[in-house]
Design a protein around this ligand. Structure first.
Ligand SMILES: NC(=O)c1ccc[n+]([C@@H]2O[C@H](COP(=O)([O-])OP(=O)(O)OC[C@H]3O[C@@H](n4cnc5c(N)ncnc54)[C@H](OP(=O)(O)O)[C@@H]3O)[C@@H](O)[C@H]2O)c1
Length: 229
């Protein structure tokens, strides 16, 4: 892996991914909205920035050119197919055989075998309805984006994040194929470690065509599971 593109670089997850990618010696290209370029001032001498909307196909085509990997923050903002437009453009324009790593939440299910708590189901239903009513967030579009990714023959990985918190790194999160598996019960990951998992996935071929659901490696459920195995 030599050169990677981070789509959604100016957000919290994006900036942590920049730090991890630079620490691994990758050349980094970041895409973010024009109004957010200043958020990347601290990195401007070390990365290239392509300003523009992440669902703008010409912007994505320019940014992913020559990249061996693309890390995408799949945000469902607005009512204009932001997530699915972004995912489709990344898949259409990334180099053949580039590793494509997408982020989303546990609510995305690849095979329908995830088991959700009533609390998570209620949260998604309530948040989805209110947010759509306010025309702020389009959760259905993140589902559409992921369905397109799952159906594609690119080298994709969809990393499904638990609830997130800030704080110092605890190390690489652990993962399981299905929400509801005991190891994931704690439902908490440090955002910096979500980013670490995304960047580490670039070079983990076992994660190709997989949708790992992750949880912090120092959470109670992860520790209990490790002591059993
Ligand atoms: N938050 C959670 O608890 C949680 C849990 C599980 C998974 N995830 C997943 O983690 C990823 C990052 O989430 P995060 O919560 O950590 O947020 P984040 O990294 O702060 O990312 C927010 C992103 O949304 C962009 N954005 C904000 N307003 C926008 C708008 N109106 N139009 C277009 N883009 C806009 C931001 O770009 P600007 O810098 O330009 O504003 C930024 O790239 C997502 O894939 C999410 O599904 C989050």
């Amino acid at each position: 892996m030599r050169k990677v593109c981070i789509v959604g670089a100016s957000g919290k997850l994006g900036q942590y991914m920049i730090q991890h990618a630079l620490a691994r010696g990758y050349e980094v290209v970041g895409v973010c909205r024009e109004s957010s370029v200043e958020k990347l001032a601290a990195y401007q001498d070390r990365i290239s920035i392509v300003p523009g909307k992440t669902n703008d196909r010409a912007i994505i085509q320019e940014a992913v050119s020559g990249c061996d990997g693309v890390l995408t923050v799949l945000v469902p903002w607005g009512i204009q197919q932001y997530a699915s437009g972004t995912a489709q453009a990344v898949m259409d324009f990334a180099e053949p055989n580039a590793r494509l790593i997408f982020s989303c939440g546990w609510h995305i299910s690849r095979d329908g075998k995830d088991v959700y708590s009533w609390k998570l189901k209620a949260m998604v239903a309530l948040f989805g309805t209110v947010a759509r009513w306010l025309r702020l967030v389009e959760l259905d579009d993140q589902v559409e984006a992921c369905n397109r990714i799952f159906a594609s023959n690119t080298c994709w990985t969809v990393v499904r994040g638990s609830d997130l918190e800030e704080g110092a790194s605890q190390g690489l999160p652990v993962w399981s194929e299905h929400v509801g598996d005991p190891i994931l019960r704690s439902n908490l990951t440090r955002r910096i470690d979500f980013a670490l998992f995304m960047v580490a996935a670039l070079e983990d071929d076992a994660l190709i065509h997989n949708a790992p659901a992750i949880v912090g490696c120092q959470t109670q459920s992860a520790i209990e599971h490790q002591s059993l195995s």
